[in-house]
Design a protein around this ligand. Structure first.
Ligand SMILES: Nc1ncnc2c1ncn2[C@@H]1O[C@H](COP(=O)(O)OP(=O)(O)OP(=O)(O)O)[C@@H](O)[C@H]1O
Ligand SMILES: [Mg+2]
Length: 256
């Protein structure tokens, strides 16, 4: 087992977000977490990489309990294993594309020099299909290209795990598919283990080995894409078919 989320609880004031969430991620798989807007998917990803600490429960990465890691060095070593494609790409507007990728790398790998970082940045940009763009500013790129730059930055330090937060949100269906293909390609080429979050079911079915649904703070079902497609669970079925009719009621306020 590569990553284990064990009985996680997380509240923000009265807002109970994770309420006993457990999930195991196996080596080499792409696991996708699906769930409604505001249900806690991004919060869950931030727990996996140690950006948030649970009120209760444990996150275990390669046998190391990162929730108990007090030492900055230990946490840094674990965080180094992750590449994170943030929701909305989160590039630095004032830095060129090349520097955006090189910056992340230099932050994580202190022994990499400037010129080496630039060379690796170009190499990773090529891996995501971007050539001769390193001098451009993010504002000069389309949404799909920005996601690719975010992806190049996420893989620059050759992480063991890649985290994708909404990799296709805001992209047209064809550009989304290019990103999906890229995710599949990276899994094959780099043999990484990936955790994705999305509410784009086309993407979820395409990139995932397994899918888990988060609902009311817990994983209510986990299965292969085929099992999820043919699920008997009325909550999961309503979500994956995108129906407003069924047991899931849309709340006006998330903490109700
Ligand atoms: N740092 C924070 N402080 C306070 N509340 C937070 C914080 N981060 C998230 N939340 C709250 O936790 C809940 C879950 O947020 P989260 O961003 O994980 O949702 P999500 O499932 O990723 O939604 P979306 O699909 O819209 O991205 C929301 O109600 C949000 O307001
Ligand atoms: Mg989110």
């Amino acid at each position: 087992m590569a990553i284990q989320l064990c009985n996680l609880y997380k509240n923000f004031g009265p807002n109970k977000v994770l309420q006993g969430m457990s999930l195991d991620i196996q080596d080499g798989e792409t696991m996708t977490i699906i769930g409604g807007s505001g249900c806690g998917k991004s919060v869950c990803l931030k727990h996996i990489v140690g950006l948030l600490k649970p009120d209760k429960g444990e996150v275990i990465v390669d046998g190391i309990n990162i929730t108990a890691a007090e030492d900055e060095e230990d946490l840094f070593a674990v965080q180094n294993k992750f590449g994170f494609l943030f929701q909305g790409a989160a590039l630095f507007d004032s830095l060129s594309v090349g520097d955006n990728v090189a910056f992340g790398l230099r932050n994580l790998k202190k022994d990499v020099g400037d010129s080496q970082a630039r060379r690796i940045a170009r190499e990773k940009l090529a891996l995501v299909g971007l050539h001769d763009v390193d001098h451009l500013k993010p504002a000069e790129l389309s949404g799909g290209m920005k996601k690719r730059v975010g992806l190049a930055r996420a893989i620059a330090h050759e992480p063991k795990y890649i985290i994708y937060d909404e990799p296709t949100t805001g992209l047209d269906p064809i550009t989304s598919d290019v990103i999906n293909e890229l995710i599949i390609d990276l899994q094959k080429k780099l043999s990484v283990t990936s955790i994705a979050v999305t509410h784009d079911m086309v993407s979820a079915y395409k990139i995932s080995n397994r899918i888990a649904m988060l609902y009311e703070g817990k994983i209510i079902e986990v299965g292969t894409t085929q099992q999820i497609k043919t699920t008997g669970n009325p909550y999961v079925r309503q979500f994956v078919t995108g129906s407003s009719q069924g047991p899931i009621k849309v709340k006006l306020r998330e903490w109700e």
